[in-house]
Design a protein around this ligand. Sequence first.
Ligand code: HEC
Length: 139
Amino acid sequence: MKRFLAGFSATGGYLLAIAIACAHGDGAPQPVDTTGLPELGEEWRTQNPYRGNDLAIKIGASGYNSNCARCHGLEVKSGGLAPDLRYLEEDADGDAWFLNRIRRGAHVNGVTKMPKFEGLLSQEAMWAIRAYIDSRPED
Ligand code: HEC
């Protein structure tokens, strides 16, 4: 699957995103295996401890594709359903904003626009996903 994804064109990727959306149509969160990354413990970090870490980027790519792509777009290219995360600030402010959203989700006027991931994804998985998002070019 991963090798298949890597060679995909932009248009094909979009179609695949739809296929993924159907495959995970129930929205069940997918576990992310963070074996090999330094463990972070209980305390929440304020900045991404894995910025630029190649293993984190690889783990984050699969974590992103199975949990976030159905709304935020395959390879982090938004199709318009949700904000394009490639344009998040790649600094401490961006890290804080990211962590707040992924932990709590987004709720507007009582409607859940994005589910919360705290309790479903580990802190390690969250920062790995952030490392992957940061690695995507803004083209
Ligand atoms: C069900 C669809 C959905 C899923 C799944 C989802 N999101 Fe979101 N996300 C949204 C929407 C919609 C918004 C915009 C909410 C608003 O109106 O403020 C958003 C906002 C965000 C923001 C803030 C962006 C900004 O520019 O302010 C971040 C960061 C984010 N999501 C990260 C993630 C990550 C990481 C995942 C996967 C772990 C994820 N989201 C999964 C729908 C989703």
